[in-house]
Design a protein around this ligand. Structure first.
Ligand SMILES: NC(=O)c1ccc[n+]([C@@H]2O[C@H](COP(=O)([O-])OP(=O)(O)OC[C@H]3O[C@@H](n4cnc5c(N)ncnc54)[C@H](OP(=O)(O)O)[C@@H]3O)[C@@H](O)[C@H]2O)c1
Length: 257
């Protein structure tokens, strides 16, 4: 991905990781369109930044995704980067029958969202010079957080999807995976202040530095996520699963949630 002068569509750009990265990209000279459901959050994130533009979008709504894609290409014909960042995370107790509304929404937003939006923009992106697609997965794609089974599974799915996209689109569109560790955002209640999670600004700085490397690494991995990313490869999956499960319970208890 170019290190400046891109036109980037950032889903979920009104808060957290998407907001922080949109601002980093804007600072280095990119134009960024931030998209999400809450217009007020988007406008707050864009305030005072002339090359951050706001568009509302619900990636769960298939029809809206198609209409949105047509509009964004019409309004920003130089669009060359799709950053699939929007996502939700819910804790689930799977030990008894439950309502699956949260699980189904997680699949719709975290898996179908990026699949649909990527599909809607592929014909445009393959025509663009320096085109890139970034998918935001998670360290939990590699070792699940057992309290969030559907969420972890959606991230594993998008990791796999990203590998196939990268291979099919080779030579046409660069495909990059960003797999964050636990970062202090409002993704789950109490997480913005949860001990042991990476501060958002430090995470965004580390990621922005990796996006300056040429060529861009195909996986953007900060040091804090490597214990999850490399667990299987290094033959310590079971041990890491146990550590992660215990640590998550301790962190939530220490954070008072
Ligand atoms: N923070 C972490 O520890 C962590 C770790 C690994 C991966 N991640 C991933 O990083 C990404 C960003 O999360 P975050 O931590 O920055 O949390 P966040 O602040 O809650 O950001 C999620 C963003 O997604 C948007 N979004 C959710 N559902 C949407 C929908 N149906 N349509 C359009 N936009 C939607 C939200 O905006 P609206 O509510 O306005 O729609 C919000 O801006 C997610 O994919 C998450 O899974 C986060």
């Amino acid at each position: 991905m170019k290190t400046s002068g891109n036109t980037i569509l950032m889903t979920g750009g009104g808060s957290g990781i998407g907001e922080a990265l949109a601002q980093r990209f804007h600072d280095r000279g990119d134009t960024v369109i931030i998209a999400g459901r809450r217009r007020d959050a988007l406008e707050k994130a864009a305030a005072g930044r002339e090359r951050i533009h706001v568009m509302t979008l619900d990636v769960e709504d298939a029809g809206a995704v198609d209409a949105f894609a047509k509009q964004v290409v019409a309004d920003f014909p130089a669009l060359n980067v799709l950053f699939n960042n929007a996502g939700i995370m819910k804790y689930e107790d799977v030990t008894q029958r439950r309502d699956l509304a949260n699980a189904e929404a997680t699949v719709a937003i975290n898996i179908l969202g990026p699949i649909r939006l990527t599909n809607a923009l592929t014909d445009h992106l393959v025509q663009q010079p320096d085109a890139a697609i970034v998918t935001v997965t998670s360290g939990l794609a590699y070792v699940p957080l057992v309290m969030a089974p559907t969420y972890s599974a959606t991230k594993a799915a998008i990791h796999s999807y990203t590998v196939s996209l990268r291979t099919q689109l080779a030579g046409k569109v660069e495909v990059i995976e960003l797999a964050p560790p636990g970062v202090q955002t409002d993704l789950t209640p109490g997480q913005a202040h949860r001990p042991g999670y990476m501060p958002l600004e430090a995470f965004a700085d580390a990621v922005a530095a990796q996006f300056l490397q040429q060529p861009t690494p195909r996986e953007i991995l900060v040091d804090e996520v490597q214990f999850l990313r490399q667990a299987e490869r290094e033959g310590r999956f079971d041990e890491t699963l146990k550590t992660l499960t215990e640590r998550a319970a301790q962190q939530r208890a220490a954070g008072g949630d």
